[in-house]
Design a protein. Structure first.
Length: 253
């Protein structure tokens, strides 16, 4: 029996997560269910995509990752399943699975076969009625091809790349984590000899190695665990200090 992870924007106060777990348990009672997070900001597909990117390939092959951040629930948007590097994914087709689409050997299928969903499907709770049952059947070993036809045109999130020239590197903030750290799209290996990092035109100094390289309350830039440049405040929030958000300009020179 395989492991299933759940990533949602449901929170834990209203029973929505438990409803999904109940459906999974009724179909695949031996499945191990891990809560990746239920604190994604409501409807924030980009934040969910960044969260998924952090962990999906750290789980063993056979794991089924379920992502339900679905502002288009009940609309014409497709429900999909994917397989990448031996892991499985079930999610709305809204770009949330973008981090896995370029993995080797990825296949993507529409969730079409009614045998792999609940008999009655609510127009507002596909997490319970569509995605949870599909994940449970995959965990029991159902071939992904049985869930529906293959598709080749999944929705992808825009992923702007950093650029570099004689003046340095130009990127942007692509995510703000719960600590207020500003995660950029600038690869760490591009900035080994950087003299200065600027966010929205404000200097935060050179690239540091660890947070403790500066005093509490000071701004700093460093290469974080995801291998990209991050802007932080030691023991504080860079997002609050600088008043910036996703899309803010970041330059390294």
């Amino acid at each position: 029996m395989r492991r299933i992870t759940l990533l949602t924007d449901f929170g834990t106060a209203d029973g929505y997560v438990a409803a999904m777990k109940g459906v999974i348990a009724s179909i695949a009672p031996e499945a191990i269910i891990d809560d990746a997070s239920h604190d994604i900001p409501p409807g924030d597909v980009v934040a969910a995509s960044h969260a998924l990117e952090r962990y999906w390939d750290l789980y063993p092959p056979g794991t089924v990752h379920v992502v339900v951040v679905d502002p288009g629930v009940g609309s014409a948007r497709r429900a999909i399943a994917a397989e990448a590097e031996g892991r499985y994914f079930v999610a709305p087709d809204n770009g949330v699975l973008s981090p896995v689409f370029d993995a080797a050997g990825t296949s993507i299928h529409a969730l079409e076969d009614a045998a792999f969903r609940r008999p009655e499907v609510s127009s507002t709770f596909h997490g319970r009625d569509v995605f949870a049952p599909a994940a449970a059947h995959l965990a029991r070993g159902a071939p992904i091809a049985r869930l529906g036809r293959p598709i080749g045109d999944p929705v992808r999130l825009e992923a702007p790349a950093a650029v570099r020239d004689e003046a340095g590197v130009h990127g942007r903030v692509v995510h703000v984590d719960r600590f207020g750290n500003l995660i950029t799209n600038i690869p760490g290996e591009w900035v080994e000899h950087a003299a200065e990092v600027l966010v929205a035109g404000r200097s935060v100094g050179p690239i540091r190695r660890i947070y403790a390289d500066v005093s509490p309350g000071e701004l700093l830039a460093l290469v974080g665990s995801a291998g990209v440049v991050e802007i932080a405040v030691r023991d504080g929030s860079a997002a609050e200090r600088l008043g910036v958000r996703r899309g803010t300009d970041v330059r390294v020179r």
